[in-house]
Design a protein around this ligand. Sequence first.
Ligand code: COA
Length: 254
Amino acid sequence: MSEILAHLEHGVLSLTFNRVEKKNALTSAMYAALADHLEQAAGDAQTRVLVIQGQESLFTAGNDVSEFLQRPPASMEAPVFRFLRAIADFPKPALAAVCGPAVGIGTTLLLHCDLVYAGDNALFSLPFVNLGLCPEAASSLLLPLRIGHAAANEKLLFGEPFTADEAQELGLVNRVLPPSEVNAFALQQARKLAAKPLASLMVTKTLLRQPQRAAVHAMITEEAGHFERLLKGPAAKEAFGAFLAKRKPDFSGL
Ligand code: COA
């Protein structure tokens, strides 16, 4: 079965991460599928609203660590960057339903969504520094804009997980719900939006996003350069090696 499930009904395109045995870790094939769906949906009159979701206990564990080590993204045409450009530029309302872990890009992609609904079991994390990496998905620009510099510094420098309630207080999440209700609630909200005039929704979204648009694209590219270099560095090797070997990383001297 596909690792990205797509379902279009009543104008709502639901994209579901479906690699539960690996905690929905995202591979380049999954990023390519996501990018294909988003690029197609952007111009498809049948799609009026997008929902991105996982399961009741799981959003995504972020980038697939093994693949990242073996085949790091080679250029800005790599599927991960195609996906980031497609979600950053997605012209119609994009909603996310988040339960359980939302690691790395699982949290940063939410900055590109217009509405985020979370289960009270959601756990957000931006562990880039702890992995010897740096922020991605323009989060170094969008996170401080969204939650303020003090909170963004804390989240990005310490990389410690934070709860749905804290995410809501910070303004990352619109509403916290019991996990069993999150996907259904997001779908209900998406359907409400899908019944509204699409041109007005699209212009409203454009007006809200336009002031940052060029800067978002520039930051995705700038972060990618640092990320690529750091990914080949000793700290990332130690962090990922430790994760795969199920041990604690040792950054002494790095
Ligand atoms: N990449 C590849 N595989 C991953 C993964 C990832 N990001 N996250 C989890 N997996 C795999 C594990 O290796 C394990 O595989 P195995 O059963 O073959 O050993 C399986 O998924 C289950 O993961 P596990 O860690 O045992 O689940 P958990 O419920 O204890 O913890 C997480 C869930 C998400 C908290 C934890 O898996 C985690 O921290 N993942 C790494 C996240 C990460 O660093 N992502 C950022 C990459 S930039």
